[in-house]
Write a protein that binds this ligand. Structure first.
Ligand code: FAD
Length: 319
């Protein structure tokens, strides 16, 4: 069976959920082999094995922290070039898409981004993408080289399949990384007990209808009751009501949670681009003709300042 390379997304060795999803999908295609860059592989190997990694390639080199995406490109291209992987899977994030695109150029391979599902097919992995505000589902497969696929977070539910992975330390020639961008400093984003936007199972987002930074607690309270991440429309972000790192949409973060709750958001195409692949969509809007209602599974026509406190009380009552 061909190896399916999975680029591990981690924070100091703590493996992020999208990687577990990729390992779950990789098992449909072949033998998952994780590519771990940086420090903390010892702790991560057990987790990677639990989700089916048969092998863990470890690249522990200072360059990984010194440069942006270039070391990951060098590492993936070198490891892929040393064998004949059946596919390379990378989580869809800004970095992930850039890494995947660069590896595709390096390997002269075809690239598919933002897949929401991947299955084995007669001519290699077949992906599904959701396009044009979820108007079309597109199935595609790569016709040249090693299929390189970025997969949106929450495309699959992580399933355990315990394995004891072989660990192989890899020495990578980082010559191209040295010509790239050097990291000068890193500062952690604001600390929060809430889940990260891209990883959250539930996202509650507020828009212009929230009408001020001082009202965003209405969104946060329901988010906390649900254990959800908080998102915002660009209108809310541009008005300075919520940080840009929480913006959902074409020019913000793309999310695909199990449940997306849009509150006081009209449903502009650029907002939809960031949340249309959510499994269940709920909207609360006082305008029954708001375009968001064309997209939703459940819609509440009403004033968010009346609906949200009731929703919070109801959620807390059922806990
Ligand atoms: P509005 O469109 O003003 O909608 C507010 C909604 O709140 C209305 O439907 C209203 O009925 C409702 N409302 C008001 N008061 C209440 C109340 N009390 N109770 C209930 N409902 C209420 N937008 C993004 O979100 N993300 C992006 O990444 C993004 N990228 C963009 C990129 C480009 C190049 C461009 C041109 C635009 C982009 N936009 C993006 C902006 C987008 O076009 C919209 O302007 C924006 O999404 C609107 O945000 P909104 O829905 O919060 O505001």
């Amino acid at each position: 069976m061909a190896e399916i390379l999975v680029l591990v997304d981690h924070a100091d060795g703590a493996v992020r959920k999208p990687t577990l999803e990729l390992l779950t999908l990789a098992r449909r295609l072949g033998e998952p082999a994780a590519v771990f860059l940086g420090k903390g592989a010892e702790g991560a190997t057990e987790t990677l094995g639990r989700y089916g990694a048969q092998k863990v390639y470890v690249v522990d080199a200072p360059e990984v922290d010194e440069y942006l995406v270039a070391p990951a490109v060098d590492a993936l291209a070198q490891i892929a070039g040393g064998g004949e992987p059946g596919a390379i899977l990378v989580a869809s994030s800004n970095d992930g898409r850039e890494i995947a695109a660069r590896v595709a150029v390096r390997l002269e391979s075809g690239l598919i981004t933002d897949a929401v599902d991947v299955e084995a097919g007669p001519e290699g992995p077949v992906t599904e993408q959701s396009v044009f505000a979820a108007t079309y589902q597109v199935k595609a497969h790569v016709t040249k080289g090693t299929p390189i696929i970025t997969v949106k977070p929450n495309a699959a539910t992580p399933e355990e399949a315990p394995a004891t992975p072989a660990v192989e330390a890899v020495t990578v020639d980082f010559t191209t990384a040295a010509t790239g961008t050097k990291v000068v400093s890193r500062a952690p984003r604001e600390k929060s007990d809430r889940p990260e936007l891209t990883e959250a199972d539930i996202v509650v987002s507020g828009g212009r209808g929230v009408n001020g930074a001082e009202n965003f607690h209405v969104i946060e309270s329901v988010a906390d009751a649900l254990g959800a991440a908080v998102g915002a429309s660009r209108a809310a972000v541009d008005a300075g009501w919520y940080p840009h790192s929480h913006q959902v949409g074409q020019t913000g973060t793309q999310v695909s949670p199990q449940l997306y709750v849009a509150v006081g958001i009209s449903g502009a195409i650029q907002h939809r681009a960031g949340m249309q692949t959510s499994k269940t969509i709920v909207a609360i809007n006082k305008d029954e003709d708001a375009p968001i209602f064309d997209l939703v599974d459940y819609g509440v026509v009403g004033d968010l300042f009346k609906v949200m406190p009731q929703l919070e009380a109801e959620i807390n009552k059922r806990k």
